[in-house]
Design a binder for this molecule. Structure first.
Ligand code: PBG
Length: 303
C-alpha cells in the first residue's frame, strides 16, 4: 500500500477550535483520501488571559501568534482559525489560503439551563454576560434596562458560568454552539438587523505559507465567503486596523449583489453610526471601504 502524504494541521486546543478544524479536515478527506492529516493543538496567549477583556490586552493577534510561529517554522503545514479571530492583515509570507462556506452567522442569547428566563418584575436588573463591546453596544438598545457583565473563557466555560447563576443570559455566536453540538442551548436568535455580527463570523480560515501548493483545499474553498468576508474585513481595516473600538460588519449576497451592513463607534465623539451599502460582488473591498468612510463621517458629525 502506498504511504499517504502526512499533513500537519495547527489549531487552538479549545474544544470549539478542534471541532471546527476536524469539520474542515473531514470534508477535505472526502475529496482527498490520499492525504493523512495530523492535528497539532496549541494554547494561545488569548486562551491564557482570562481576567480582562481582550480588547484591552492587544486584540485579535493573541489567538494566532503561537500558531503563526509553528507555521513559519514548518512544524505545521497550515492552521485553521475562526476568521473573526484573525487580524485584518496576515503576517508576511503566511496568507489566508482558503475560506470555508459561512455557517450560521447570527449571534444568539442563551439562558441558564433549566431556569426560565427571569421576569424583569423581581427587582434586580437583567444581567447579560458578554466581553464584546460590539455586542454590548447593540444589545443595550434591545435591553435598555439590562446590566452588562464581563464574561471570559471559551464557550464551554461561559455556559458553565451561566448555568451556575452568574448571569441571566449570555451572548454567543450561533455557529460555535452549533459546531459544538449544542444547538439546543440557543434560546433566541438575534437578527443581523438588530445585532450586526463580527466581521468574518462563522467563516473558517485556513492560513498557509506562501509558495506551498494548497490546491487540495479547493474542495472547501468558498467564493461567496471571500466576497462577503472580504467586504466585512475591508470595512474593519479601513476603520481601525483591528484595534479596540467596537465594529460590526455583515455582508450577504442577494440576487447577485453584495449587501454590507456595518456599525462603527467613534471613540473620540462617543457616537456610533450604522449603515449599509450595496454593490457588485467583484467590488467587495471597495464597498467595505466606502461604507467605512461614510460611517466614519457620520459618527464624527453626530448626525
Ligand atoms: N471570540 C471567540 C469565538 N471565535 C469564534 C467563535 C464562534 C465561531 C465563529 O463565530 O466563527 C467564538 C465564540 C463566540 O463568539 O461565541
Amino acid at each position: 500500500m502506498e504511504e499517504r502524504r502526512v499533513i500537519r494541521v495547527g489549531s487552538r486546543e479549545s474544544r470549539l477550535a478542534v471541532e471546527q478544524t476536524m469539520l474542515l479536515l473531514r470534508k477535505i478527506e472526502e475529496y482527498h483520501p490520499e492525504l493523512q492529516f495530523e492535528l497539532v493543538t496549541m494554547k494561545t496567549t488569548g486562551d491564557m488571559i482570562l481576567d480582562r477583556s481582550l480588547d484591552k490586552v492587544g486584540g485579535k493577534g493573541l489567538f494566532v501568534k503561537e500558531l503563526d510561529k509553528a507555521l513559519r517554522g514548518g512544524q505545521i503545514d497550515f492552521s485553521v482559525h475562526s476568521l473573526k479571530d484573525m487580524p485584518m492583515e496576515q503576517p508576511e509570507g503566511m496568507p489566508i489560503v482558503a475560506l470555508s462556506r459561512r455557517g450560521e452567522p447570527r449571534d444568539v442569547l442563551v439562558y441558564p439551563r433549566g431556569g426560565k428566563r427571569r421576569r424583569p418584575e423581581d427587582g434586580r436588573p437583567f444581567r447579560i454576560g458578554t466581553s464584546s463591546e460590539r455586542r454590548r453596544l447593540q444589545l443595550k438598545k434591545l435591553f435598555p434596562e439590562a446590566e452588562f457583565l464581563l464574561i471570559r473563557g471559551n464557550v464551554l466555560t461561559r455556559l458553565k458560568k451561566l448555568d451556575e447563576g452568574g448571569y441571566d443570559a449570555i451572548v454567543l455566536a450561533a455557529a460555535g454552539l452549533i459546531r459544538l453540538g449544542l444547538e439546543e442551548r440557543i434560546d433566541a436568535y438575534l437578527e443581523p438587523a438588530q445585532v450586526i455580527p463580527a466581521a468574518g463570523q462563522a467563516v473558517l480560515a485556513v492560513q498557509g505559507r506562501s509558495g506551498e501548493d494548497y490546491s487540495y483545499l479547493d474542495c472547501i474553498n468558498d467564493e461567496d465567503a471571500w466576497q462577503t468576508a472580504g467586504a466585512e474585513r475591508s470595512f474593519v481595516k479601513k476603520l481601525n486596523g483591528g484595534c479596540s473600538s467596537p465594529i460590526a460588519a455583515y455582508a450577504e449576497k442577494k440576487h447577485g449583489q453584495l449587501c454590507l451592513q456595518g456599525l462603527f463607534f467613534d471613540e473620540e465623539t462617543g457616537r456610533h453610526s450604522v449603515g449599509s451599502i450595496e454593490g457588485r460582488s467583484e467590488e467587495a473591498e471597495k464597498l467595505g471601504e466606502n461604507l467605512a468612510d461614510a460611517l466614519r463621517l457620520e459618527a464624527a458629525a453626530g448626525a
